[in-house]
Design a protein around this ligand. Structure first.
Ligand SMILES: O=C(O)c1ccc(O)c(O)c1
Ligand SMILES: [Mg+2]
Length: 626
């Protein structure tokens, strides 16, 4: 399978785009004419630069408003086409995309259009060029790939074929199964894009909101399966018009593009084993069982504050690493590591970010298989020196420069606590906290789709709908993901003054901002935490008044909630209780949650009040206006 991406999908100058695309590992690019026109290079130079990067020009596009025109427009559009064919010869590419006309003078009539294509096909053939016809979702006469195919079929010319674009088909809710009957060799090119489900004008939606397959809500997998079933074996090319990507980091967007294409092709072959796209074999995504450990990087000077913070939440020291300055803190199934080693990755993470979560280890059914899959999708391995006899735990670079490890039972990696650690026989303080409920990672909004794609493609994580959370100083977007026992919430900060924005700025990059731990009896746990001196985040009285009104809670219940600063939510499935800590070392905080019944959310309605409380708390010297 050849991979390709349109230059419009990536930000930067032509040179930036090329280098990002080549480095991500694509085979080719679609040259969007505007990118060529805006550059200062001759067509020959552009062609050479592309080839010097090890890429090929898979497509030149778009040629607009061609078919169905009356004279004198018709003669003019043929002359314009010849000019573009000359240009394409100089660039060194043989396929042009002609998108369906939106010209006010264009006439309908499949045969008239087919005749135009047949005539242009003869001219193109003389230049060694092939024409691909694409139905724009908003084309005047042609806005359905079935009609575009009918034009191509009737043109009946070796140099005239069809171009399919998942956006145009799926945005109009045209059943992609209709593609299966098109002969694969008459499909000259395939463009792929996803988009979030938003009701809006098709053109505006397409030009501003497309995203990588898997990042949106369209069934691009069904589309790709139908395409591959025709026998089509040309490039699968990403054509993503997206305002955010245009302003994004070229390398990140290109890397995400390749990750998305590989995962998409993999999903297609798994859903339909008869398809055999040319893609290396790797493991299917397997659900994550849970979080095996969370590791903080800190310094010896800052460690006592972190230890005191964890102790107040009921953690106790339970051992230390045999060869590194790493201590283990435990409670229930939760393992937290504190790394103060003056060498190695932990140290450099601390030097860059201050006290921070530098590693997460996921418990999975097959550690090596999971790591191999994520790496096949573009992640880089992480290697670190091991002491004698220590386990070789697969590790790779996660998002935001952190390390992600995989531990399993099957290859003995879950013995890590006995093998790599010297365990203390410490009694566990019983707060009732049993396990990690979820981790919350904070990042710039720009990076959010990227993280989300990492979890969906790597681990088959399911996304909840994205939510807007109101911070007093801007919006934060929140995306929850779940793969088996792993729940993650991503918080994307758009404004610097938000709590999330300040966290990113103060810790120099994205990372875990808080961890939510679960318990089975919130009031019992709250009482124990109070005894331990847990720094409860104080929630204002107004909140409790509203709770009573919204849910019709008994005043006695509201009083109990308020006594322990417990936030509350409920839905048809169940109830949810949350306690937050004040902000601790490195801007990190804890949440204690209790799920009652089948409540599956994260208390999103409470987030604005929690954030406001945290902001009040972080500025004790503020003069309150009366
Ligand atoms: O928005 C457009 O005009 C446009 C142009 C070329 C394409 O391939 C496409 O899908 C859309
Ligand atoms: Mg297109």
């Amino acid at each position: 399978m050849k991979t390709s991406i349109a230059t419009v999908s990536i930000s930067g100058t032509f040179r930036d785009k090329l280098s990002a695309i080549a480095q991500a590992g694509f085979d080719g690019i679609e040259i969007f004419e505007q990118d060529f026109l805006a550059s200062d290079f001759t067509p020959e130079e552009v062609g050479r630069m592309v080839r010097d990067h090890g890429l090929e020009i898979t497509l030149f596009q778009p040629f607009r408003d061609f078919e169905g025109l009356p004279e004198p427009h018709r003669a003019r559009v043929f002359a314009r086409a010849r000019r573009k064919f000359e240009l394409m010869n100089q660039l060194g590419t043989d396929l042009v995309l002609i998108c369906s006309s939106v010209h006010p003078a264009a006439m309908g009539g499949i045969d008239r259009m087919a005749a135009d294509f047949r005539e242009l096909g003869d001219i193109a053939a003389a230049y060694g060029i092939r024409l691909g016809f694409e139905a724009l979702a908003w084309g005047h006469h042609i806005h359905d790939h079935r009609d575009a195919w009918e034009v191509v079929r009737r043109a009946d010319h070796s140099h005239v074929g069809l171009i399919l674009d998942s956006f145009h088909t799926l945005a109009r809710r045209i059943d992609p199964e209709t593609i299966r009957t098109i002969p694969g060799d008459k499909i000259f090119f395939v463009q792929l894009a996803d988009a979030p489900a938003i009701e809006m004008d098709l053109l505006y939606w397409s030009r501003h909101f497309r995203n990588m397959p898997g990042e949106g809500d369209l069934d691009v997998t069904a589309f790709t399966r139908a395409v591959l079933a025709t026998g089509y074996n040309g490039p699968l090319s990403l054509e993503i018009f997206n305002d955010q990507f245009r302003a994004g980091l070229p390398r990140l967007v290109a890397k995400d593009g390749l990750r998305s294409l590989r995962a998409l092709t993999d999903a297609a072959r798994r859903a339909e084993p008869a398809l055999s796209p040319d893609l290396p074999d790797f493991r299917a995504p397997a659900p994550v069982e849970g979080i095996e450990f969370i590791e903080f990087a800190t310094s010896r000077g800052e460690a006592p504050a972190l230890e005191a913070f964890l102790s107040s939440a009921g953690f106790a020291r339970a051992g230390h690493h045999r060869s590194k300055a790493v201590t283990l803190w435990r409670q229930g199934e939760v393992n937290v590591l504190i790394n103060t080693d003056p060498a190695g990755f932990g140290h450099s993470a601390w030097a860059t970010h201050g006290t921070t979560v530098c590693e997460l280890a996921l418990r999975v059914p097959d550690a090596r298989g999971a790591a191999a899959r994520v790496m096949a999708l573009g992640a880089l391995p992480h290697h670190e020196k091991r002491g004698a006899g220590e386990l070789d735990i697969p590790a790779l670079r996660g998002m935001g420069g952190s390390v992600l490890r995989f531990v399993d039972h099957k290859s003995g990696l879950s013995k890590l606590w006995e093998v790599d650690f010297q365990l203390d026989p410490t009694p566990q303080p019983a707060t009732g906290i049993t396990a990690v409920d979820h981790i919350a990672q904070t990042m710039n909004y720009q990076e959010m789709l990227s993280w989300s794609l990492f979890y969906t493609t790597g681990f088959g994580a399911e996304k909840s709908p994205m939510l807007d959370v109101v911070d007093p100083h801007g919006l934060v977007r929140s995306q929850a993901l779940r793969s088996g026992g792993l729940r993650v919430t991503l918080n994307g900060a758009e404004a610097r003054a938000t709590l999330a924005g300040r966290f990113i700025e103060e810790t120099f990059g994205a990372s875990v901002q808080h961890v939510a731990l679960k318990c089975t009896d919130i009031f019992a746990t709250a009482r124990k935490l109070k005894d331990l001196g847990f720094p409860f985040l104080q929630i204002g009285a107004n909140y409790y008044g509203d709770l009573e009104a919204r849910f019709g809670l008994e005043p006695a219940m509201t009083r109990r909630l308020q006594e322990y600063d417990i936030l509350y939510d409920e839905d048809a499935a169940g109830r949810f209780f949350q306690i937050f800590s004040r902000t601790g070392p490195g801007g990190f905080f804890l949440e204690i949650v209790c799920r009652d019944g089948d409540y599956d959310g994260y208390g999103a309605p409470n987030a604005p009040f929690r954030i406001a409380a945290q902001k009040r708390d972080s500025r004790p010297a503020d003069i309150r206006s009366q």
